[in-house]
Design a protein around this ligand. Structure first.
Ligand code: MG
Length: 374
């Protein structure tokens, strides 16, 4: 199989390359945000036909570089690729994702912000077999829903660890520092998604992601805290039965399932034994501790440009928290301020989404200045 990997030096990108190594896939194109040792190691090992990066200096003599604002789109359409793994941060994944899908090309999408911002533009792509989720909960839900008609499904439950600050007393949360919130109990991921796990913004975004991917109503998508994250998703059918998908907290399986769908990977990279399951406990998230869940549902109800604004404002607020200029408990209020000031546009096209993204970043910077007095 020939792969293009956008975001090749990140967590999902690296695990995709590990699958390519072990299964003998060819990597024909890669991108990274920064040109640096990690990118050049990938280029040296896989010898892709084409590569792209946004920041840094080229190293001539290692292949062909595409440059400019359309570089990711060009890579997504690179001739001869069988699948495009989109694992870039935030909103940047949407353009290459839409281009690849329009060209009838398989996309393994690990970019939940792009999926929820794209919303209407992506509907139908999952049913058409072109958009495959690389998010552990959604990959699990996708497999559980494959054999079900929509009218047979009453509820989808996705699980969360509850994040790094799950067991902190709620009145101590304002004092949480970046290093506290970055200590995720189960997963090793990028900084933005780890902080989003601590606020549960990640899970709120994932509710919207499931809404887009599977076309289920928001009220039929539920979130439960499940500290060990062995169960990734549960589907309740109309007869009251609950079907669960269990796997290690490891992205290798979802990535590989997305690449080979409708087949299944023919052998397990990391099998799971019943003795590995441990205690399977579940509890409802406390809405006071995690206001992001309510906020995301409100955003999903309005739709249009609101999800794009949510993600952009959240990125700015999380960056301020990581820079130690915004308290942890102020992240969601900053996002909410921006959402309240936004005049949503329904059925936006790509240009309207990009404009909303830019507007939201500026509005979030303003909200931060007002809050922090900078
Ligand atoms: Mg997830």
């Amino acid at each position: 199989m020939n792969l293009v990997v956008l975001g090749a030096t990140g967590s999902i990108g690296s695990q995709t390359l590990e699958i390519a190594r072990r299964r003998g896939h060819r990597v024909v194109g890669v991108s990274a945000y920064h040109a640096g040792d990690r990118l050049w190691r990938v280029v040296d090992e896989f010898r892709p036909e084409v590569y792209a990066f946004q920041e840094g200096d080229d190293r001539p003599g290692v292949g062909r570089r595409v440059d400019g604002p359309d570089a990711l789109r060009e890579l997504a359409l690179w001739p001869g690729a069988d699948a495009v793994v989109v694992a870039v941060n935030g909103f940047d994944g949407l353009t290459p994702m839409l281009a690849a899908i329009a060209a009838g090309r398989r996309v393994a999408a690990a970019t939940k912000e792009s999926i929820i911002a794209g919303g209407d533009l992506l509907r139908g792509a999952v049913a058409g077999g072109l958009l495959l989720p690389v998010d552990s909960e959604h990959a699990a839900a996708f497999q559980l829903l494959l054999r079900r008609r929509p009218e047979e499904v009453r509820r989808l439950i996705i699980t969360t660890s509850g994040g790094a600050l799950r067991d902190w007393p709620i009145d101590r949360l304002p004092a949480a520092r970046p290093q506290d919130a970055l200590r995720h109990p189960n997963w090793s991921m990028g900084q933005l998604v780890t902080i989003n796990s601590a606020t549960l913004m990640n899970k709120g975004i994932e509710v919207l992601e499931a809404h887009v991917l599977f076309g289920m109503p928001l009220e039929a998508i539920d979130v439960w805290i499940h500290p060990t994250q062995i169960v990734h998703a549960l589907v309740e059918t109309c007869d009251g039965a609950l079907y669960a998908s269990l796997a290690r907290p490891d992205m290798m399986l979802p990535i590989e399932q997305a690449l080979v769908h409708p087949d299944l990977p023919q052998e397990a990279l990391r099998p799971l034994e019943p003795e590995d399951l441990g205690d399977l406990t579940f509890r409802r998230p406390d809405p006071l501790r995690y206001p992001s869940l309510r906020l995301c549902r409100e955003v999903g109800t309005i739709g249009g440009t609101m999800p794009a604004v949510l993600c952009a404002a959240n990125e700015v607020a999380v960056a301020a928290f990581l820079a130690d200029v915004l308290p942890f408990t102020e992240i969601i209020p900053v996002v909410e301020t921006v959402l309240e000031a936004h005049e949503p546009q329904s059925a936006p096209d790509l240009a309207a989404l990009q404009a909303s993204d830019r507007w939201a970043r500026a509005a979030a910077e303003n909200a931060l200045r007002r809050r922090t007095g900078r």
